[in-house]
Design a protein around this ligand. Sequence first.
Ligand code: PPS
Length: 285
Amino acid sequence: EPSKEFVFNYKGFYFAVNTTPEHVASLENFEIKDSDIFIATYPKSGTVWTQNILSLIIHEGHRNGTEDMETMDRIPWVEYNIKNIDFANLPLPRVFATHLPYYLTPRDLRNKKGRVIYVTRNPKDVLVSYYHFSKFMVTLEKIPDFNLFMERFLAGKVLASAWFDHVSGWYNHAKDFNILFLTYEEMKKDLRSAVLKICNFIGKKLSEEEIESVVRQATFENMQKDPRANYENMPDDIAIKGKGKFLRKGTVGDWKNTMTVAQSERFDEVLKEKIQTLPIKFTWD
Ligand code: PPS
């Protein structure tokens, strides 16, 4: 079992202890506005990237660099409101990020009010990214041995529980939501098309130059340099400075640099058949 020092279980899902069961429970009745947009993901699947893209699409000042506001302040985490942002008074359209499983999201959202963008990533890259991430997050349990970390991940004994349950839950309940599915790999392959898909989904029309500006500012290289976008100013009680970065490598197939053949086979043994039941094909390299 994961250590109680780091997570608690609420209705079958592991949350970090920097939120409370009361706050999570209150989200059921969280009032959704028609223009609300939720970015939903399993951790390490492209959340920060999508947050930045939405910031750039929606806010002119963000796009042209006249507005100095960090993504994490503009697009708060719903279940981890660590900065005590007043959700009710955010400018419209409100955008939120979340790792919630489909069944713990606000009821309105499950009745097709507001919009959801759900981003997936091939789970071997998710695992490797998660492993590196846990080394510098104060809020995550330290499991330095990769093999052990992988077993915990495969058993769903980590923050956000089992990757497969998260992804299959959202895909199988897609019809309850007003939802756009994207993959990390398609964003990587053709960022411009992904940006256009998002614009189309939220009903925002941008000029050709504006689209180009969004795409340029949302590349890994440019986000890594942009303190508004790269999460380098996380509070000290959340992330340990100098031990790692939110924008670490940003590639497809990095799992091959960490996982041994045996580990990859063990991973396949647990997940390969299940993955084939999903209405989605993953790109592994
Ligand atoms: S979190 O903590 O759940 O919000 O993490 P999340 O943002 O979902 O995932 C982090 C990984 O996304 C990569 N990333 C990017 N890749 C490509 N292009 C851009 N612009 C980009 N921005 C973030 C980030 O580097 C993490 O992946 P790894 O493999 O660790 O580099």
